[in-house]
Design a protein around this ligand. Sequence first.
Ligand code: ZN
Ligand code: ZN
Length: 357
Amino acid sequence: MTRIAELRKILLRKKLDALLVTGSANRNYLSGFTGSTAFLVVSLKSALFVTDSRYIEQAGKEISPEFELAQVKSAKEYNGAIADLVKKDKVRVMAVEAGNLVVSQFETLKKYLPKKELRPQTGLVEGLREIKTKEELEKIRKAVDIAEKAFQITVKRIRPGISENEVAAELEYNMRLLGSERAAFPTIVASGKRGALPHGVATDKKLNKGELIVLDFGAVYKGYCSDLTRTIGLGIIVRQFKNHYKMVYEAQQKAISSISSGVLLSFPDKKARNYLKKHRLAEFFTHGLGHGLGMEVHERPSINNVAKGFFQAGMVVTVEPGVYLKGQYGIRIENDIIVKEKGCKVLGKDQQKLVIL
Ligand code: ZN
Ligand code: ZN
């Protein structure tokens, strides 16, 4: 079944006549379009792709033949084209993406469609994106591979006195050279005390001997992201850091070994947290265990101790326990995981050994 056909099944089930797609990843997923400005309207009867002169040629090459392609000249005409389809297909209730439509667009659209109901919805397309096809899995594998290789090259250049920014720049440069379209997100290089900031993007702080360095980075290959975190040491590393690293690694392994199709999404987080609790580190594990990964670096499902639902074969998620000791240091280890019918497959290298440069 095509993605559009799957979406129509959801629309029918939810008694919606159409969906206006405004989120760029959702738009790309359904149509194949990789540009940045276009609207999709999928009704039960038709599928319309609207863009302007900047993207019309690209759209003609990229989009699925299921879509009728229309060109508009101005922002106003976008609304007109949507309204025309709504009238033609006798749409009464059109869903809009609550997370991907700004209020001003929503208000304008209401004026164009005074007698229709615009119903904000979340997760209609995102739900379809949770389970990856073989082709999508291949792209994610490749994105992981690129990030992993770029890291191996970059590590050789890390030494005391080099700044976090320089490390991030090298890492992103190497990912690009290896085929990444861009960095999947601003690269995190957090050294020493800054390691205690779970999302400490790189600064001009210089790396010092004796520090742990948290690097969180990802590549994008054919629209699909990877997301890895490595913690390394520089110079002589005190025993406490090494012990805590070992515990974070063990927590990650406990979580990974519990993942399989049919398991509660909240289970691996509990596994990791319970392990860290035994070692009096749970209070320093201040975020959820992981998240879904695909066209966006954070997508469904969330993997934390309150997550609802079950793992299903074909999901791709991150497993990234960490401990953050304020004013001291941080440790995080993150790998990407493909959920299988039985168990799961870990992408990216095992991080059992703390790399000390
Ligand atoms: Zn990450
Ligand atoms: Zn992550």
